[in-house]
Design a binder for this molecule. Structure first.
Ligand code: C5P
Length: 218
């Protein structure tokens, strides 16, 4: 297991982060949240008033922010130019803008290179959208985690504290992000990926299921 690479892809709200962290902690592996990196670049672009309607402007600055990702599943850390942005990247302004930033090829090229560097010799669970297809096509274990739209909206609404809006509004925002992501950021299961539907399962059950897939693949 110490060299294994586990790719966990799936749409927003499928529980990817909780599941990936749980599996990494259970199996003693490192953990990388690639969505947090796209969010961190987006956060920097918003702070620096980059025109996010202009892909060329995004591309020019794609390599400027220094992104550092921790790999401890117990406390996933992320900094931009030394600033801890773990909380700020979950804010609505970043969530609303991240799909457009992630669609710019220069951003993807830069972050994919960084992700491969962090993956290094392995021993890691990597979650995102394009991990099995692009970032780590040789990953020994590939999981595509999904859940019904309702289940994903409910989960995301609870994560947001429930107070920030109705499940219906959350569901609408999720669907909108899925549409953009679908166009550009590969939201389908990669060849060889095992599809896990979390709709009817508890978090513990999904972690057990994915951990089983990893052990079987090792
Ligand atoms: O997983 P999370 O919701 O934090 O991802 C935020 C956004 O980053 C996604 O909506 C997607 O646009 C982008 N993303 C991506 N490729 C990845 C991970 C995330 O394009 N590997």
């Amino acid at each position: 297991l110490s060299r294994i690479v586990v790719a966990v892809d799936g749409p927003s709200g499928s529980g990817k982060s909780s599941v990936s962290r749980g599996v990494a902690a259970k199996l003693g592996l490192r953990y990388l949240d690639t969505g947090a990196q796209y969010r961190a670049v987006t956060y920097w672009m918003l702070q620096n008033k980059v025109d996010l309607a202009d892909p060329a402007a995004i591309a020019v600055d794609a390599a400027v922010p220094a992104i550092v990702s921790g790999t401890d599943p117990g406390a996933p850390a992320i900094t931009v130019d030394g600033e801890d942005v773990a909380a700020a990247i979950r804010e609505a302004d970043v969530t609303g803008a991240v799909s457009a930033v992630a669609a710019v090829p220069a951003v993807r090229a830069r972050l994919i290179a960084l992700q491969r560097e962090i993956i290094g010799a392995g021993g890691i669970v990597v979650e995102g959208r394009d991990i099995a297809a692009v970032v780590a096509p040789d990953a020994a274990a590939k999981v595509f985690l999904t859940a019904s739209e309702d289940a994903r909206a409910r989960r995301r609404n609870t994560e947001n504290g429930g107070g920030s809006g109705t499940v219906a509004a959350t569901r609408e925002a999720l669907t909108r992000r899925d549409t953009v992501d679908n166009r550009t950021n590969a939201l389908a299961a990669a060849p060889g990926a095992i599809v896990v539907d979390a709709t009817e399962l508890t978090l513990e059950q999904v972690i057990d299921k994915v951990a089983g897939i990893v052990i079987h693949a090792a």
